[in-house]
Design a protein around this ligand. Sequence first.
Ligand code: ZN
Length: 429
Amino acid sequence: MDIWKEIFEKVRKTPFIDTHEHLSEESDRLSISPEKDSWISMMGPYFSDDLISAGLDEQGRAKLLDTELSLHERWAVVEPLWGAVRNTAYAKALEFSVKELYGIDEISFSTIDQIQEKYLEFRKEGFYKEAFSSRYAHIESCQVNSLDGAPFRESEQPELLMQDLSIVPMFAREEVVLGLSIEKFSEPANISVQSIDDWYKVIDWYFVQYGEKAVAVKSQNAYNRDLDYDPVAKESAAPLFLKRIKKEEMSEEEMKALENHLFGYTVGKATEYNLPVKLHTGYFAGFNGMPMARVARNPGDMSNLCMNFPNTRFVFMHMTYPYESELLALTKHHRGAVADMCWAWIIDPVAAQNFLKRYLVTAPLNKILTFGGDHSYVECTIGHAAIARRGIARALTELVQEEWFTLEEALAVVEPIMCGNAKEIFHID
Ligand SMILES: [Zn+2]
């Protein structure tokens, strides 16, 4: 009996619930005129970070992203470094997408025009559904963290593109990613904010409006600060909030204390609404800007969060890479900790495979989520899903070969780790 074949077949047939994407709406994609819409733009997010790491300068990157230039001019930026980066999973995922969706075996100078033709052909009404139902993607639904500025995006396809409610603007300072001003954020709620109590009302309004529709709340504030949201009492926070309203100068310490307090209020609300709290942890997207010392402090802060908010479900995203061992210990120890492998299969696919293998013989089966594409292009999600499926099947095959699992036991965990856990954790019918 071929263990790999049987396991892979089961993994292929089982749908993913994709727990993290940044996909725009299909109609937004289709509103771009075909002349301006080139497949090579898919190289912008993630893949171009590898190009910079390999030596490309920022001028070159700007050229790669410039939609006014021709496909050939843009490819000319990639070509000299293609050999250096095509082995990374960022590139492999792109190649898998091209193979799966367009039937083209590789990305090279000889195929770029053909890819463009197929890219435009595929990009038509209904293509999101078509992409998700392709052979190796087989994605039942995904969870979108919209980056278009609004804390919650009402989707045209709410059953396919479920949405996270972004909580960053509820507690974080204005300058950070997705941070919003008090004025702008309170406007839809039609509340004039004069005190911290008014601000609570604004936060409450967002939960009343979107709490039922959202699958989770999400914060990527780890790009801007440590996750040490230690409890701060209202009495200390209220005067700080007044300072913020009056736009008075605040020390870093004061700003942080205010954020900590509002984070606590917001997480309390999410918990009241039975919404898991998704937190970016670990590795940074982008280039030349990741403070490793801060990233290294994430696991310690995460364990404090679990202890300070014992009734909250924290979904720790991105496998906290490269601190996945710490995440494993946290998930094993704290009831509130859930491990989410979104993005991980294209950051470090071998680490992801090993993490899953270790997770399954270390921590409870019901707290692992194995896939989120973390893409803004639906096409890219397909290649990523193909890599994840292979990794999951390989991890399970090795567990059988090493006699931790029988084949039956391995087959039995496929459904929970690919979709069942997500349905339970995010209350999806
Ligand atoms: Zn993301």
